[in-house]
Design a protein around this ligand. Structure first.
Ligand SMILES: [Cu+2]
Length: 240
């Protein structure tokens, strides 16, 4: 008698969904998704309420565990598993989930995959040195004109001190380096003046001695500060 009542309640609660099996309804990213930017959050929605023991794990392309997560506390119905991943570099990822049904403890496993970036979207935007012209004869101060379609406010060291840094720098992993005769400057956002739709000026600090100088500009990796894009080099002469 009691058993029948419980079963009926269960049926009512789960409506027409499969009994005792939490099925994956949808995920974000979707299975097979090719994302331009790394996801800030990974979520999987199931067909029924899950027990706390449910877990979801994120692996990189080398099967290395990157992060794990459980029930999404932000969703009142316990049907969503969530992972807040670290920043994901371009590559392929797999998410494995173990869904434990809240009602009967049945376990169901599965996985989905997605990828981040492609060469076209994750390599830094092209960088061009418009001025000084090669072999130009200049006077101090030497002002560089740089052309890039990239948003310089997200591509300079200054991004780390803006309040929106976490969001702003999400898609970029590089910052501008300017090497003057081998001495590297990492301009902050306010040291790179926007002078056109895709043009920026940078005034070389101090006065350069009369003679020949070489300037190299390039994107550098945010973590290693190593060259992350093709450098642009110009050699010019400062006349006294
Ligand atoms: Cu740097």
């Amino acid at each position: 008698m009691r058993r029948v009542a419980v079963t009926l309640l269960g049926l009512l609660a789960t409506v027409s969904l499969a009994w005792g099996h939490a099925e994956l309804v949808k995920s974000s990213p979707a299975n097979g998704a090719a994302l331009k930017q790394a996801p800030a959050v990974i979520q999987a929605t199931f067909s029924e309420e899950l027990a706390k023991a449910s877990i979801m794990r994120l692996y990189d392309g080398h099967q290395k565990l990157l992060a794990s997560g459980g029930l999404d506390a932000g969703v009142s119905k316990h049907t969503v598993l969530k992972i807040v991943p670290p920043h994901l570099a371009p590559g392929g990822y797999a998410v494995q989930w173990v869904a434990v049904s809240a009602d009967d403890g049945n376990t169901h496993k599965g996985s989905f995959r997605f990828s981040v970036g492609g060469t076209a979207t994750t390599s830094p935007p092209p960088l061009h040195l418009i001025a000084p012209a090669s072999r130009a004869q200049l006077k101090n101060p030497v002002v560089l004109v740089i052309e890039t379609m990239g948003d310089m406010s997200h591509l300079t060291m200054g991004k780390s001190i803006t309040p929106m840094s976490g969001m702003g720098s999400m898609g970029s992993q590089v910052h501008l380096h300017i090497a003057v005769d081998g001495k590297v400057f990492m301009p902050t956002t306010d040291q790179v003046k926007k002078v056109g739709p895709a043009r920026y000026e940078f005034a070389v600090p101090g006065a350069l001695a009369a003679g020949t100088h070489t300037i190299k500009i390039f994107w550098a990796d945010d973590k290693t500060h190593e060259t992350a894009g093709a450098p642009q080099t110009v050699t010019f002469t400062v006349v006294g």
